[in-house]
Design a protein around this ligand. Structure first.
Ligand code: WT7
Length: 647
């Protein structure tokens, strides 16, 4: 069966920043002479002190290190704000749409945003926040979240945003790991008409964090929340007392910008650290080329700032490019499944960037919800976070985009800072389900399990053979873990954790994680984290978690649980464990299936045979492979006989 190919529309090829020939030319330059290429493109942002060194990187143990533009200095908030004041100070920087369509939107110009950022930066300083210090942000999708990020960048503080859906425990773990003594939060968040008790969660988390001395409290819903005198301060009144003048701190290119925790295959979440110069170049350049962004266009990335997509493509990338960036507080299906497209019509959104999981959920509601909106303003669509299945791609293209808008399916990771494998709308013929070709400067490759390079059309493990400016620099507090996690599986190569197919046209098709990480609704989760939450329950002896196919979420969570000897597992305990995991980690970790099992399949050396559990999770049990090394093969029969009935 031939794959569908969508050629580049003529108007795109003629008017885009790069057409296909230009893409190949620029890509070749970027690979043949990265120093020259990045010396030129590094100038796209404003430097205080221009760099003279460009690339200084090695993936090898002996001289391992990643440095870009290392002798340059800059300030990222100045690149997002000050540089635009003279030319577009009165343009809208942030167009904020609240959760409920009955509440008014907010339109914040670059000038106003600059003022708010300066005041908030001064507030941080007044609380003693210094360059290099970590500031934890636990806020809903409100403009103040962007203000807080930019204020940190302005004074050189390192922000660590914790997604507002995470539990008090998860929040506490992240505060402690990066040793932060200030937390920015709101009374409550508002999503899909439901309230999220953010301040109460912070109060709960801080019982474990004696070093936190300041909580800045934003009033979002006006709910009555606890207020700790001396520790808590009111956002609005504290900011009002501050001066609107705050000179941007001069940062070295390799000074840290932010930490963002992400799940890996082992242990606790890793604090992914991004630095300033390379990240700035990468976020702004990918935003411009991938979305063919031109000043004045209305651009909407529907991601939360709690994820890297929100960092790079709601805030930093667009603002560096002087964009009008839409920030949406709500969810796709509230008050009804037309919500996204009504917001598109309301603001005249030209570029829309969203996650497959939301598209699949909307697709299921039927085309009418889309069709009753105009969407005439849309010219480009984007997808991110997980593989987009061809059915969802076709629906996005035909129904949402009226077969008019190219779709950029962007593959990247928290670790990569920005898009890595992605179509460019004027340059890349599209194949539904493929992230297509590498962005400038990206050298992807496929290797087998022994690290041998594979040529031509093939399946393999996706690696990147050389550094790019937006690459993470370390794991906060654990540089050794950084090296071990990403550069030791295949020596001298960056290992992505993804499996991938390359076709005869050199297009990349990401097939999903090949480590113990699952992707639930575009959210990345370590199975080990969910397992340790489960075994923390007093009635649980052992647990193993695998992914399972899920129509909407992409992957669901399938947990095998062995209870303590005296426990008789029942429906009540199942519910209790689901609630327990939600409480320990957050609602995004809600198990879809819990299967109680008297034992888990183990080798004689006691290692759980995950391969078998994965197959059961995938409902692919006809061939479980070699089970001869199991200590007790009957365990598997029991698992198979007692699989829960799935809808
Ligand atoms: C993992 C990274 C990209 C930022 C948001 C998620 C999967 C991401 C795609 C895509 C297929 C994708 C990969 C990757 N992924 N984008 N377009 N096609 N898979 O960042 O939480 O760090 O997750 O998401 O498996 O490794 P993240």
């Amino acid at each position: 069966m031939g794959e569908a190919v969508y050629p580049v529309p003529e108007n795109w090829a003629a008017n885009a920043l790069v057409d296909e020939a230009r893409y190949f030319e620029m890509y070749r330059q970027s690979i043949e002479d990265p120093d020259a290429f990045w010396a030129e493109h590094g100038k796209r942002i404003d430097w205080i002190k221009p760099f003279t060194k460009v690339k200084n990187t090695s993936y090898h143990e002996a001289d391992f290190g990643i440095r870009w533009f290392e002798d340059g200095s800059l300030n990222l908030s100045a690149n997002c704000l000050d540089r635009h004041l003279a030319t577009r100070g009165d343009d809208i920087a942030i167009l904020w749409e609240p959760d409920s369509p009955t509440e008014p939107e907010r339109r914040i110009t670059y000038r106003q945003l600059h003022e708010q950022v300066c005041r908030f930066a001064n507030l941080l300083k007044s609380r003693g926040v210094k360059k290099g210090e970590r500031v934890t942000i636990y806020l809903p999708m409100v403009p103040e979240a962007a203000v807080a990020m930019l204020a940190c960048a302005r004074i050189g503080a390192i922000h660590s945003i914790v997604f507002a859906g995470f539990s008090p425990d998860a929040l506490a773990g992240r505060i402690i790991d990066c040793d932060s003594r200030i937390v920015l939060t709101a009374d409550e968040g508002l999503r899909g008409g439901k309230k999220v008790p953010l301040k109460a969660n912070v109060d709960e988390a801080l019982k474990q964090c004696p070093d936190v001395d300041t909580v800045v409290l934003l009033r979002r819903t006006g709910a009555d929340v606890a207020f700790v005198e001396g520790r808590d301060i009111e956002w609005a009144s504290a900011v009002a007392r501050q001066s609107a003048d705050c000179a941007p701190e001069e940062m070295s290119a390799e000074d840290p910008l932010f930490i963002l925790y992400t799940s890996g295959s082992t242990g606790k979440p890793k604090g992914v650290l991004h630095t300033t110069g390379g990240y700035a170049v990468w976020a702004s350049m990918t935003h411009e080329y991938v979305f063919d962004y031109r000043p004045g266009q209305i651009y909407w990335c529907a991601a939360d700032i709690g994820w890297v997509t929100g960092h790079s493509y709601v805030v930093y990338g667009p603002l560096m490019n002087g964009a009008t960036t839409v920030m949406f507080e709500g969810v796709p299906n509230f008050p009804d499944p037309s919500r996204f497209w009504q917001v598109v019509d309301k603001f005249g959104v030209e570029i829309f960037y969203g996650a497959p999981t939301a598209l699949r959920a909307l697709m299921r509601e039927g085309d009418e919800w889309v069709k009753k909106t105009s969407r005439q303003s849309l010219r480009l669509l984007g997808s991110v976070g997980e593989p987009i299945n061809p059915e969802a791609w076709e629906w996005y293209h035909k129904v949402v985009g009226d077969a008019r808008c190219p779709i950029v399916d962007t593959w990247w990771q928290t670790e990569t800072g920005g898009a890595m494998i992605t179509p460019l709308p004027g340059a890349t013929p599209l194949k539904p389900g493929s992230a297509s070709r590498p962005f400038f400067g990206v050298k992807p490759a496929l290797v087998d399990n022994d690290g041998n390079f594979l040529d031509g059309a093939t399946d393999g493990c996706l690696v990147v053979t050389d550094s790019w400016p937006g690459q993470m620099r370390t794991v906060w507090g654990d540089h050794e873990r950084f090296f071990q996690t990403y550069f030791s599986t295949f020596k001298g190569l960056y290992f992505t954790g993804d499996g991938c197919r390359r076709d005869e046209d050199g297009y990349y098709w990401i097939t999903g994680r090949i480590d113990d990480v699952i992707n639930v609704s575009g959210h990345r989760m370590g199975t080990a984290e969910i397992e340790s939450a489960l075994v923390a329950h007093p009635k649980v002896a052992e647990a193993a978690v695998v992914g399972m196919p899920h129509d909407i979420k992409g992957q669901g969570i399938y947990a095998f649980v062995t209870c303590n000897a005296e426990i008789e597992p029942d429906e009540a305990l199942r519910k209790e464990l689901v609630a327990w995991v939600r409480h320990e980690i957050g609602p995004i970790a809600t198990p879809d299936v819990i299967q109680f099992a008297p034992g888990l399949p183990k080798t004689r050396s006691g290692k759980i045979m995950r391969r078998i559990l994965r197959k059961i999770g995938e409902n692919d049990v006809s061939n479980l492979g070699d089970t001869s090394t199991l200590a007790d093969p009957s365990v598997v029969d029991n698992l198979l006989a007692n699989r829960p009935q799935l809808a």
